[in-house]
Ligand binder design. Structure first.
Ligand SMILES: Cc1cc2nc3c(=O)[nH]c(=O)nc-3n(C[C@H](O)[C@H](O)[C@H](O)COP(=O)(O)OP(=O)(O)OC[C@H]3O[C@@H](n4cnc5c(N)ncnc54)[C@H](O)[C@@H]3O)c2cc1C
Length: 447
């Protein structure tokens, strides 16, 4: 078994878990290197608002260098981690210049917080047709596709083709799917009417497809019912007990629980179903012998370390944790508070070790779950108190503002929300060449 502890700590991933781990270590006598493939921390819970034109990317992301500008013991590196050598205690990075030798950083303690990505259930060919909103790039591309669909409808003279342009299919009715469907419906019904001359955005259809028998399957059934009612009031067609069996260019095939299938002609599909752990989880599992589950999560010990590798911790969406009492692996919800609490725990454990103190096993404190459906509509389950409607919506706003990183971002987002609330407008509706037109733009012919 490897010895744990030491003064060089490498943290992989500057998301919710990694950021908190580095923050917790900031004041300790440890040299911390934070590596992320992006130069920013992304507040994923609001990425759907970028995808629907409510917020701009810079309002929900903050450069990691800025976050740690005062922590002299923290070095930030923007690079892709391509390998983890547990025997040599090295992290392998992409070379900064093509053809240069591989770069490695040595560590005494390693914290891996690589997160997760959406899983397409073996249909990787759907990935380019049904985009997700997990990354900023993808959220911007979704925004471009949604806005372009309304533009295409205005150009279209054939009624059926115009209806196709104005049909939006969201796959998966967890919080992200519900939020996306609600926001597209609000865009069509509240923001855009009056801006088009030939087409009427209000005639559009938003379909929300869910395999389970209710929306928000992770919430209490009463909250699912209230969320479904709110969605229907917004004009969303909720298809629970329905499975997407094919996604083709211009068409989504949906199968209902009675076995019948229906084709829905559409040019805009958003994917919000199923997650898969970061490939770094597999790397850790293969290197240490730790078990992986079907979603690719690596199983860590009750103190979040890898079996026989107390110097390696893994946290957040990419892990399941062995229960200290029963020894059974437990999947915690894929939520930011879980990753944040684990990040803080990892920082504390490393500090405790340096100071020779024992640390009790990690314990997740469930503070509740929230999902918003649209303006003044949300559901919340906070320590058994089930809220819906305006009160839940205000709670949702307050919680998200509180957890957003950076005073500047909080202030701007608050102003944006106030503007949207009073005007029903959306300030970030530009279709840029870089993303919006990439997938659908025709070439220009000389005439
Ligand atoms: C659209 C969406 C909406 C959500 N809404 C909510 C919500 O409302 N409430 C809530 O609590 N949770 C929500 N979640 C879930 C929450 O965002 C995650 O649970 C949380 O981000 C997990 O934190 P993490 O640190 O494990 O991973 P992440 O926050 O995803 O961070 C992983 C980091 O690792 C980096 N990384 C990964 N691999 C590498 C590599 N090989 N090299 C370098 N860097 C790498 C990534 O760039 C990223 O910065 C939402 C998620 C999504 C996608």
């Amino acid at each position: 078994m490897a010895a744990a502890g030491g003064g060089r700590c490498v943290v992989v991933g500057g998301g919710f878990g990694g950021l908190q781990a580095v923050k917790a270590l900031g004041k300790a006598n440890v040299d911390v290197t934070l590596v992320d493939r992006h130069n920013y921390h992304l507040f994923q819970p609001l990425s759907y608002q970028v995808a629907t034109g409510s917020l701009s990317p810079s309002e929900i992301a903050i450069p990691l260098r800025r976050v740690f500008r005062h922590d002299k013991g923290v070095r930030v590196l923007m690079s892709e981690v391509t390998g983890l050598d547990l025997a040599r205690r090295e992290v392998e990075l992409t070379p900064p210049v093509v053809g240069a030798p591989r770069q490695t950083i040595p560590y005494d303690t390693l914290v891996v917080a690589g997160g997760s990505s959406y899983a397409y259930f073996g249909h990787d060919n759907w990935r380019s047709l049904a985009l997700e909103v997990k990354s900023l790039d993808s959220a911007l591309e979704v925004r471009g596709r949604i806005l372009q669909a309304f533009e295409a409808a205005e150009l279209e003279t054939d009624r059926a083709s115009r209806a196709t342009c104005l049909t939006f299919v969201v796959i998966g009715a967890g919080p992200t799917g519900v939020e996306m469907a609600g926001q597209i419906a609000e865009l069509a019904n509240d923001t855009l009417p009056g801006e088009f001359r030939l087409s009427d955005p209000r005639t559009g259809r938003v379909l929300l497809v869910e395999m389970a028998d209710r929306v928000l399957p992770g919430f209490a059934p009463s909250l699912s019912r209230r969320a479904a009612r709110s969605l229907e009031r917004l004009g969303v067609t909720v298809l629970v007990d329905h499975t997407v069996v094919d996604v083709r260019p211009g068409n989504v095939v949906v199968k209902s629980s009675d076995g019948s299938t229906a084709n829905h002609a559409t040019r805009t599909v958003v994917w919000a179903a199923g997650v898969m752990a970061s490939p770094l989880a597999r790397t850790l599992g293969e290197a240490s012998g730790a078990e992986l589950d079907r979603a690719g999560r690596v199983t860590v010990e009750p103190d979040l370390t890898l079996p026989d590798h107390p110097e390696v911790l893994a946290i957040g969406d990419m892990v399941r944790v062995r229960d200290a009492r029963t020894g059974e692996p437990r999947v915690l919800p894929g939520l930011a508070p879980v990753a944040m609490q684990q990040g803080r725990y990892a920082g504390r454990l490393i500090k405790d070790r340096l100071e020779g103190r024992p640390t009790p096993p990690f314990h997740y404190r469930d503070k509740g779950t929230l999902a918003t459906i649209g303006r003044e509509r949300a559901v919340a389950d906070i320590s058994g108190f089930r809220l819906s409607g305006f009160v839940a919506w205000i709670t949702w706003l307050a919680v998200h503002l509180f957890y957003l990183i950076g005073f500047e971002n909080r202030s701007i987002v608050l102003l944006r929300w106030a503007y949207s609330f009073f005007t029903r407008g959306r300030g970030a509706r530009l279709i840029t060449e870089a993303v919006g037109s990439r997938s659908q733009s025709p070439s220009v012919k000389a005439m």
